[in-house]
Write a protein that binds this ligand. Structure first.
Ligand SMILES: [Zn+2]
Length: 379
């Protein structure tokens, strides 16, 4: 935490960039697209199929929550616009097009038109700020009341995260999807027996959570016209990157650096994201190098904070959305595209047309004993 604050301060002093997000209040109304998608389901699903995935933001707050942490619906729709740019690729540097578009929901679960498109505001009647890990892993059906059908929507919760003084501040957290026999080759995901499941089968709030503390923090690139790989106006807590990153987890991606499924980041170097085209690195070593670099950071060498050394000793610049720390955060690779699309084609509790719509096995109508895997993402 201290090193991050120090480097952030140095960056601010070096560049004094005022990275203000655009103040225009264009509504980013994409409801028409969603309705069309519902009526005209694609006949054949293949790698060219554009997946339009409805998103519903649930903003959780109580009477003590500051207004700045209760985002308005226009700003949240704007976030999805920028996230879609990252998923389409090729805007800040080379990246594949995932052919996924996140659209804000226009109707609630009962088919009623939403008053604030894509956003619901719920009152939280427990301790606030909220412990994100406790919320996400609670498996007692306590929080599923907030959840909208995961087969139709991706649920994104926005609330203040309860800080744990012993850990780096968490920006976002996501559940990992399940795999089935059809996409069983996807390593690292938990396999379930049924390809079709309903909300009744889960007792935990299957979703993405975003820390409201940074809900208004965007890098300058979105409003400044800087469509290039640049550290100018860079913000480590960029909420667009956080949301794009968490949605990457939700669609089956792991972090690019070496992680252990039980212990998280480990002081070793090995490939743990099952994508051979994303170089891996020892994040603990990177943090030590960063600490050293921060002692003599100048305008000339500041770009080195974006550099990583992969497991073979090769130095490269970090651009992948599934990295974090100092990273240009605009790239997905073909292997990552493959994983996300396999999840879209076959995994249960994920919106969008399935390749197995007519053949997949249906889960029994009860709560199932399912493994819960989350990815927690500190700054
Ligand atoms: Zn993450």
């Amino acid at each position: 935490m201290n090193k991050n604050i120090t480097i952030t301060k140095i960056l601010c002093c070096l560049f004094a960039i005022v990275a203000l997000m655009a103040c225009d209040k264009e509504p980013f109304d994409n409801g028409k697209t969603l309705k069309k998608e519902e009526k005209e389901a694609p006949k054949e699903i293949n790698d060219n199929t554009l997946y339009e995935l409805p998103v519903v933001f649930h903003v959780l707050s109580n009477s003590t929550t500051k207004q700045e942490y209760i985002p308005n619906d226009v700003d949240l729709r704007r976030l999805l616009f920028y996230v879609n740019e990252l998923y389409a690729g090729g805007i800040y540097g080379p990246s594949v097009n995932i052919r996924v578009k996140f659209v804000t929901a226009t109707e609630d679960e009962e088919g009623k038109k939403m008053t604030t498109q894509g956003v619901v505001y719920d009152k939280w009647d427990e301790k606030y700020p909220i412990n994100c890990e406790d919320f996400m892993t609670n498996n007692s059906n306590k929080y599923t009341k907030y959840l909208w059908d995961p087969n139709k929507y991706i649920n994104v919760f926005v609330y203040l995260f309860d800080d744990d003084d012993n850990e780096a501040e968490v920006l976002g957290i996501s559940h990992m999807p399940y795999k089935t026999k059809e996409n069983a080759t996807l390593q690292g995901l938990e396999q379930v027996a049924s390809g079709k499941m309903t909300k009744k089968n889960i007792a935990f709030p299957l979703s993405v959570s975003i820390n409201a503390k940074y809900i208004n923090t965007l890098s300058a690139r979105y409003s400044s016209g800087l469509k290039e790989k640049t550290f100018r106006g860079y913000k480590e807590e960029d909420v667009v990157v956080t949301l794009a990153h968490e949605l990457g987890h939700y669609l089956g991606l792991f972090h690019v650096f070496a992680e252990d499924s039980k212990n998280g980041v480990v002081d070793q170097c090995f490939d743990s994201d099952y994508c051979q085209d994303t170089p891996s690195y020892n994040k603990k070593q990177y943090e030590r190098d960063l600490q050293e670099l921060s002692k003599h950071l100048t305008y000339e060498n500041v770009h080195e904070i974006f550099q990583r050394t992969d497991c073979s000793g090769k130095v490269y610049e970090a651009t992948n959305i599934m990295d974090y720390a100092y990273c240009y955060s605009y790239a997905f690779t073909p292997n990552q595209q493959y994983r996300m699309r396999q999840v879209l084609y076959y995994s249960p509790l994920i919106p969008g047309p399935k390749k197995t719509t007519n053949t997949r096995s249906i889960a029994p109508d009860k709560v199932l004993d399912l493994p819960i895997r989350i990815s927690k993402c500190p700054r």
